[in-house]
Design a protein around this ligand. Sequence first.
Ligand code: FAM
Length: 436
Amino acid sequence: VLGIKEALSSKIPAAIADVKAVREAYGDEQLGTCTVTQAYGGMRSVKAMTYETSLLDAEEGIRFRGMTLPECQAALPRAPGGGEPLPEAIFWLLLTGDVPNDAQVNALREEFASRSKLPADAVAVIDALPTDMHPMTQLNAGVLALQPQSAMAAAYEKGVHKSTYWEYCLDDALTLLAQLPEVAARIYRRSFHDGSMTPSAAGELDMGANYARMMGFDDPKFDELMRLYLTIHADHEGGNVSAHAVRLVGSALSDPFLSFSGGLAGLAGPLHGLANQEVLRWLMEMKVSLGSKEMTKESLTGLVWDVLNAGKVVPGFGHAVLRKTDPRYTCQREFALKHMPDDEMFKMVSMLYEVVPAVLTEQGKVKNPFPNVDAHSGVLLRHYGLTEARYYTVMFGVSRAIGTLASLVWDRALGLPIERPKSVTTGWIKAHFEGK
Ligand code: FAM
């Protein structure tokens, strides 16, 4: 069986040649423009970077290496009897661009298993963290505690040739992915339970089931949910805060542990990954304020307006690029319709789907009134007993490692340079355009 490194390495020369040819043919073409409004406005829709592992279409949503989420669900290896892709298969697809076969996925699972033992020092760091520290802060501290293992940092110090950086970057990506679920599960068990934990069964179980088991869940449907969850949150092209932060930090040749730590810091923001926590918190608040009153479209509409009138955002709705309902929302909705159609909180999420877009449209500010991935994930997890909303973004982080690290390996394989866009001051803009 061809291992993942060999599978990748056979792709690199052609990809480098492809990029070279594209640059020769189109190097002077205009890819995007940037107006003053865009420079002040978060660079929205400025096309100023490349990113190979996934591409987001404003109407259709994400494609992983050209494949929509339903196509991934149909084509990638699954667990026996399951309907969701194995996380290992998603990583293989994103990294190599190919749909792996079962033997390749099994080989990758064994590769992860061989790297999965957490260094004792890292365990000590995690175990020293206050259990009331936000789980995302704990996860980031845990990732930094893994960093001394970095093959990339050691190789750079030794002075290896830059054409080999990707190999060390891949080495670190594999180690980090192998260890991240246990770090994350340990944080969950310490923060919300007594700290005891089922030992890792990496090698026997896929990443999704093993993560679920270490957190203390033992339900095949929850395993499936984990596989779905780890699939849909993995990658969302290059400009979102977490992916871009990983790319940016990595462009300084900071190793993958440091780079991913940067991405996690961004994911912990409420306009990005933390929105999943905020959604569940908001749903629970609405449940309380409805009390024994019947939930109707009218009563929910009022509660949505309350959020807007308080000067806050409606969590789980809107998107910087997407202009339609997020397919990551849709496939979670389908999971819920299949496995938990009568769940009371799912019904609230469903009714919000009917109510919120109309309210946001009436308010007239948002470019996209439809739900994103975070509007749905919490109620699924809660249904299976994972009720601690403060933890939800950690799972997003575990998944986001799959896509951002695959992309980071390609950044080094393609020899992308340090990122350094030019900034200007407001004074510069005035002086530059005055009299024009
Ligand atoms: N509720 C209320 N107002 C919203 C809104 C929402 N859900 N989404 C956007 N707006 C406002 C936005 O704050 C801005 O207001 P101001 O002009 O007063 O600054 C206006 O509408 C125009 O914003 P936009 O161009 O439509 O969106 P942006 O590209 O600036 O922002 C988001 C995109 C995702 C940050 C924004 O829609 C938002 O804050 N949503 C709620 C938080 C959320 O769900 N984030 C998760 C996004 C997700 F997919 C992820 O990263 N995991």
